[in-house]
Structures are given as C-alpha cells and as structure tokens.
Design a binder for this molecule. Structure first.
Ligand SMILES: Nc1ncnc2c1ncn2[C@@H]1O[C@H](COP(=O)(O)OP(=O)(O)O)[C@@H](O)[C@H]1O
Ligand SMILES: NC(=O)OP(=O)(O)O
Length: 313
C-alpha cells in the first residue's frame, strides 16, 4: 500500500488511436482505465486529467456542417466543454467498470472545470496548440481559401494541423469542488482538455476561444491538492536527450537544474515534449515533490519506479 495522492495526466494516445469513432475511443479509454486501476489497488487517491486536442478539433469541424441561424456553430470554449463532458463520460464509465471488476464500488465523477487565464496572455496573439486532424498540402491550400483566419503549423513529417491560442492556467475555479470530492473518496476526472479557459471581466467569468495545455493545468491542480506525485503518461518511454537521432538517450532521473539546461539547448519539441517538461518542472519546483513522464503502456513499471523519467528538486 502506498497511500499517496497522485494526479495522472493522460495524453492523446490514451484516448484516440487511428479510429475516431466513439466505439474505438471508448475501447482505448477502457484499456487505459484498466491500467489506472493499479493506483487504486495500491491504496492511492487518484485524480485524472486528460487531453482533447484531436477531439476538440474534430468537434469544431462538425459545427461547420450544421451552422445556420436555427442551429448555429458553437464557439471553441463551448466545444471544449463538450469534449470535457464526452471524454469524461468515457473515462467515468470505463473506470467504474474496471474498478468493479476488482471488487471496488467507487464513485468516479467528471467535473467540467473552468480555468482562469489572463486576458493579456501573449498566447492569444500566437496560436500554438494543434487541434483536430492532419492535412496534406493540397487540403491546406483549400482550407486557407475557405477559412483565411485559421492558422496552421507543419507537424514534423505528418502534415499540417490547425493551431489555436493556448494561454497558461492561473487558477482553477472549481478547486473547492475538487477538494470536496477528494475528501469524500471520490475519484475526480478534472480539467479535461486543460479545462475551459475563462477570463475575469467585471466580476464575470467569460469563456475564451482557446485550448489550454492539459499538462499545465495538471501541474497546477497537482500543486493545489498537495499531490505526492504528478505522473504525465504519453506515448514515449520518457524524456530523451537528442530525441529522434541515433544518439538519443532516455533520461531516468534528473534534477530541475539539469533539465532546465536542456530546455535552454532546445532539446524538447514545442507543443509536444516541451510543455510536459515545463509542467513537470513547475510542479517539482513549487512542491519539492517528484514528477514522472513516461509511457502509458509502462504504468505498472512506473509505479514501481522502474520506468519513465523522474524529475526531482
Ligand atoms: N526530447 C524528447 N523526448 C521524448 N519525446 C519527445 C521529445 N521531443 C519530442 N518528443 C515527442 O513528444 C511526443 C509526446 O508529446 P504529445 O504527442 O504531444 O503527447 P500527448 O498527446 O501524449 O500529451 C512523443 O511521442 C515524441 O514524439
Ligand atoms: N488540451 C490538451 O492539452 O490536449 P492534448 O493533450 O490532446 O494536446
């Protein structure tokens, strides 16, 4: 029994494989849920957050087909909330079933989470978060004619993706509810897709057309709930130096100071490994507790301390 409070942040591969149908995504989520059960078996208090990049982009595209006065397209903040609900439902359902299979009748709850961001965050003028599908060069030309205001980035060898602003989280509006759920042994699924970005305007919270990086929201919540560990699960076995070259080396354990040096050397790709490393550093610096980045497939070995990259103060 480890009896720790652990926040697990799940990347896209935990949800979406190659098939974007609801059935296929639910199947992937069921596999992920089966892996997460180990934390509960260990006596840990689990908090889950997850990404939504592919899903929020796909749902935003679906809005275009129905866009009319009587059935208007929903804006990005609302579409983000829709993905928190839909992906949260998949996880809620899958985790409850996986726990029941082990004899645990636990309540799992998805909390649509509003995350406060700064209205003057420079990210609003520099879209950087890739969402939705990949496009070929000819598809890109076509899309740019129809949507001249959309921005795209080239994604190393895989085509182009639309990018939207990704402001940094400042505060978690529903933190008191997260605390209450944890105090009552409920497993919360929070800040899915980074949470819905909102800014405070004259005492009102106003949704923003942006997608927060879930790794940053995960680090913020892990800090607020006083988590013993932040675990970021993705598709690679950990953080690599010289990634993608014949000299790549997997980092097993590293101090904040050492890994910060590698950020300065631009070792980590923006929009993929860099936000994970930055989020992990933020948690470790502020709590003096470890953060681990590793593969979802290695979750049991990560729990035993045998896999992943451990970042320490
Ligand atoms: N230095 C690095 N070490 C490990 N992976 C890296 C590095 N730089 C870039 N990556 C890429 O980052 C990816 C993980 O980021 P991403 O796909 O955005 O995560 P997720 O969707 O799981 O949150 C890896 O699959 C890998 O291709
Ligand atoms: N919102 C978010 O960070 O999503 P992904 O992890 O899917 O990119």
């Amino acid at each position: 029994m480890t009896n720790q409070k652990i926040l697990v942040a799940l990347g896209g591969n935990a949800i979406l494989t190659t098939d974007a149908s609801a059935a296929a995504q639910q199947k992937a989520v069921q596999k992920t849920a089966a892996a997460l059960v180990q934390f509960v078996l260990n006596g840990d208090q689990l908090v889950v957050t997850h990404g939504n990049g592919p899903q929020v982009g796909n749902l935003l595209l679906q809005q275009l087909y129905t866009n009319s006065k009587s059935n208007p397209a929903m804006p990005l903040d609302t579409v983000g909330a829709m993905t928190e609900g839909s992906i949260g439902y998949w996880f809620q359902n899958a985790l409850q079933m996986a726990l029941l299979a082990h004899g645990f009748n636990r309540t799992v709850v998805t909390l649509v989470t509003q995350v406060l961001v700064a209205e003057n965050d420079p990210a609003f003028n520099h879209p950087s978060k890739p969402i939705g599908p990949f496009y070929s060069t000819s598809q890109l030309d076509q899309l740019q004619k129809v949507h001249p205001d959309w921005q795209f980035v080239a994604d190393a060898g895989r085509g182009y993706r639309r990018v939207v602003p990704s402001p940094k989280p400042i505060a978690i509006q529903e933190y008191p509810a997260i605390k209450t759920l944890l105090d009552n042994q409920v497993i919360p699924i929070v800040a899915g897709g980074g949470g819905v970005p909102v800014v405070k305007k004259q005492q009102k919270l106003v949704g923003q057309e942006a997608v927060i990086d879930k790794d940053f929201s995960a680090a913020k919540i892990a800090e607020l709930i006083n988590a013993d560990k932040l675990i970021i699960l993705t598709s690679v076995a950990g953080v690599f130096y010289h990634f993608g070259t014949p000299n790549q080396i997997k980092v097993k354990r590293v101090t904040v100071k050492e890994i910060e040096q590698h950020i300065a050397d631009q070792s980590f790709a923006a929009g993929s490994m860099l936000p994970k490393v930055e989020a992990a550093i933020s948690f470790v610096k502020r709590t003096k507790r470890p953060a681990i980045i590793g593969a979802l497939a290695d979750v049991n070995a990560i729990i035993k301390g045998e896999q992943g990259t451990v970042i320490v103060p």
